[in-house]
Design a protein around this ligand. Structure first.
Ligand code: HEM
Length: 138
């Protein structure tokens, strides 16, 4: 039931290649913070050495969630709560910046990146983004 489809395992192996680049999360935050002033403002008090570690875990959980993992759902449920209006207040309009920043970072980090892989990444990550951003007002 929780077997990854070939599409999702394409994303998992791509993520594995990205993780071999030691600066993957540095690059992600460089790109994401430069994407729009609102994002930069939200991270003005952030300790990035911690944040990069947390994103590594969050992204791994997100990919597992998209493959149907029940234990990952617990972590993604937590992200849905922390990013909601009453906590971090991450408006749904911010998520396309996050997704595009991630795709740009993957594109420069994965030597095997292709338009087909981009489509797979976007479809996979959309499931998590839709779920987290739907919790904004919940
Ligand atoms: C699916 C997309 C996203 C994922 C997987 C994700 C992941 C995470 C994770 C793992 C944390 C660590 C703390 C926690 O568990 O809440 C975090 C914190 C945070 N995220 Fe996200 N995030 C996403 C989207 C966004 C977007 C679009 C923004 C927009 C600005 C954002 C802004 C923040 C901020 C401000 C923090 C707190 C930083 C601090 O502690 O100073 N996130 N995120």
């Amino acid at each position: 039931m929780n077997q990854p489809s070939p599409q999702q395992s394409g994303v998992s192996t791509s993520f594995g290649r990205c993780l071999m680049k030691p600066d993957f999360f540095d690059r992600f935050y460089d790109i994401f913070l430069a994407s729009t002033p609102t994002v930069k403002e939200k991270f003005k008090n952030t300790d990035f050495s911690k944040q990069k570690q947390l994103l590594r875990q969050g992204l791994s959980a997100s990919l597992l969630y998209a493959q149907g993992s029940g234990s990952a759902k617990f972590l993604v449920d937590n992200l849905r709560k922390t990013h909601a209006k009453d906590r971090l207040d991450i408006h749904p309009s911010m998520y396309p910046f996050w997704v595009d920043s991630l795709i740009k970072t993957v594109a420069e980090s994965d030597p095997k990146f292709s338009p087909e892989l981009e489509k797979e990444w976007r479809q996979t990550i959309a499931q998590v983004v839709d779920y987290i951003s739907a919790g904004y007002q919940a």
